[in-house]
Design a protein. Sequence first.
Length: 150
Amino acid sequence: MSKKMAVIFLSFFIMPNISSSEETCSVSGEISIIDKGDIHVGMYSPEDWSNRKDKTPSPPYFQIINLTPEQIKTKKVPFEFQDIKKGTYCIHVYQDVNQNGKLDRKLMGTAAEPLGEYRSSLIWGSWNDMKFEVNKDISDIEIQMYEPSW
């Protein structure tokens, strides 16, 4: 009978924890802003990047940062993502200057509000330019936002 109890105990309490425990990481850094308005920060997987114009990633892969007066003054905003599954991602940021909850676009579809991306010197860089591996905690990301000029 004790063997049977041990199997039941392992089946219900120990094994699920082993199989469902997936190691996660944190990703953090600082965004240099150029205007007032909430900062929308998203960590995109390859699948999310393909659909980025239609939807944003779900938490913990997306956050909206309400700026403090000090952040507006210093033009520096810290961010941190926690519980991020190991994998390949890119980070895309925009500033919702008019506070309507979305990235506004010009007639040709280009951004009408400040934006930035990690590891890209171009606005709306390619996936291959921006992707990076998350396989440990990362704390030194710097993102410079740009005012769209076209």
